[in-house]
Design a protein around this ligand. Structure first.
Ligand code: ATP
Ligand code: MG
Ligand code: MG
Ligand code: MG
Length: 472
């Protein structure tokens, strides 16, 4: 089953259970307390809170989501993206735990035909009702049901608002003979053996400003299943990036950057993830800036660009290196069935990406020139170590990512301390706690380390060429 077929099969299944299909809402939520749409339920928050009456008691969606809290996970876990799609079914004061559990089980075991022996479920510590439904009604044996605490199995729309216990469905990805170190773990533990595929939220409570819980006027169901994760299971891949949702984009990256996934695994995954997020953010009207959503978009674009630069080991950056816009057609081609609006926005998205990359290339160029001056100063002073003040100034004033500073220096036989830099950064964040933090970008990534691990430290003279003005 392809990603497109899977998305459709989910919606079709819930239509047979009398759900109304709603289009995916924008990534920009109609909700001042939230920067981005982080889950399928976000567009329906007023219904969950009882502020508005839901137009239908049962709704199903595939919803575009962005989670910046997973930014650092991208490419390092098999299952996290910034942009992903959440499949969901919702009940507003209509059906509750029993039907939600029954249907999720029927869908994955009967429609998707996942092996029930490989499925595990979790319930909230005190949720005996959900436990009994799984155990007695569905027949999931006790050894495959775990009770988990607040961290995993309590869902809240925010510090205040609707919340309630969850029940999660996990898929055991263990293939005998592999992942041996993970055999003795449980769903919810660290590690990648148990893949969380679906979260059923039983929204029963409203948390007030003072922290107390009051029952919602009506009990609701909110579920979310990651399309990319289910695709990985259905397509028998051990990583979301190996599915047909990502591979065409990854092939595009390999072609455009002239690199191979085998050699640059994390880099390629980071770029594939970030280009999807960028395309969808821009399509929904976000523009790169130094604040709020615009800052998130800028950060994502710059991380992707930085990943490409480091992979290519090329600081020369000519017009040909502004590669992100060249990836847009691959994303559009892959996603247009579900999001036809991308087709008409494609040209605009490419333009925005190109402009932002050009701007960042200029920033990089200035930063690298300043670093060259710092190196000259160090030579005069007879030191090999860049001061923390200087490394921080390069980052903060000139927008040069610390990792690039480090990379360039190390390749020239100089050094810089990351700890001292981080201290400066922390001081600055503390100072600006009450004002808006608009620090320039940082590409804090292990892909640079990984790159060197794989390829060794080679001479890096790119920045000299940077002096050649007028490249950008
Ligand atoms: P995890 O514990 O794996 O980080 P989660 O508990 O944070 O997931 P939920 O908030 O329960 O995730 O979201 C519902 C579903 O959305 C998850 O079960 C998963 O299938 C999917 N999902 C969540 N975060 C991501 C992500 N960053 N990338 C891809 N899919 C995700
Ligand atoms: Mg998470
Ligand atoms: Mg979880
Ligand atoms: Mg969860």
């Amino acid at each position: 089953m392809t990603g497109n077929e899977l998305r459709k099969s989910f919606i079709d299944y819930f239509k047979t259970k009398e759900h109304k299909h709603f289009e995916s809402a924008s990534l920009i939520p109609d909700d001042k307390s939230l920067l981005l749409t982080v889950a399928g339920m976000v567009p329906f928050k007023p219904f969950f809170l009882g502020e508005k009456q839901a137009p239908f008691p049962r709704i199903t969606t595939y919803q575009k989501c962005i989670r910046t809290n997973d930014l650092e996970n991208v490419g390092r876990t098999p299952r996290h993206h910034t942009f992903f799609e959440m499949l969901g079914n919702f009940s507003f004061g209509d059906y509750f735990k029993k039907e939600a559990i029954e249907w999720s089980w029927e869908y994955i075991t009967k429609v998707l035909k996942l092996d029930p022996e490989r499925l595990y479920v979790s319930v909230f510590t005190t949720d005996d009702e959900a436990y009994e439904i799984w155990n007695k009604h569905i027949g999931v044996p006790a050894e495959r049901i775990v009770r988990l605490g607040e961290e995993d199995n309590w869902w809240a729309a925010g510090p205040i608002g609707s919340c309630g216990p969850c029940s999660e469905i996990y898929y055991d990805t263990l293939r005998m003979g592999e992942n041996n170190e993970e055999i003795n773990c449980n769903p919810g533990d660290e590690g990648d053996r148990f893949l969380e595929i679906w979260n059923l939220v039983f929204t029963e409570w409203n948390r007030l400003e003072d922290g107390s819980l009051v029952p919602l006027p009506q009990k609701n169901i909110d579920t979310g299943a990651g399309l990319e994760r289910i695709a990985s299971v259905v397509q028998n891949k051990d990583n979301n990036f190996e599915t047909d949702i990502f591979m065409p984009i990854i092939r595009g990256i390999e072609k455009v950057l002239d690199i191979k996934k085998e050699d640059f695994d994390i880099t390629v995954k980071v770029i594939a993830d970030h280009i999807r997020a960028s395309v969808f953010l821009i399509a929904d009207g976000v523009l790169p800036s130094n604040e709020g959503r615009g800052y998130i978009l800028r950060k994502i674009i710059r991380r992707a660009f930085g990943a490409g630069i480091v992979a290519k080991q090329n600081l020369e950056i000519t017009k040909d290196d502004l590669f992100l816009y060249k990836l847009v057609p691959y994303v559009v081609e892959n996603m247009k069935e579900a999001y036809p609006e991308l087709v008409e926005k494609q040209e605009y998205i490419e333009k925005v990406l190109r402009l932002e990359q050009e701007r960042f290339a200029l920033t990089l160029k200035n930063g690298i020139e300043m670093l060259t001056e710092e190196i000259e100063k160090m030579d005069k002073e007879g030191t090999k170590k860049l001061s923390a003040d200087a490394s921080f100034k390069l980052y903060d004033t000139f927008g040069l990512p610390f990792e690039l500073t480090e990379l360039i220096l190390e390749n020239q036989g100089y050094e810089v301390s990351e700890d001292e830099f981080n201290k400066k950064l922390e001081e600055q964040v503390r100072r600006s706690k009450n004002s808006r933090v608009t620090v320039s970008d940082m590409i804090k990534d292990e892909f640079i380390d990984e790159f060197f691990e794989k390829h060794g430290k080679t001479e890096f003279t790119g920045y000299e060429k940077f002096e050649d003005k007028g490249k950008i």
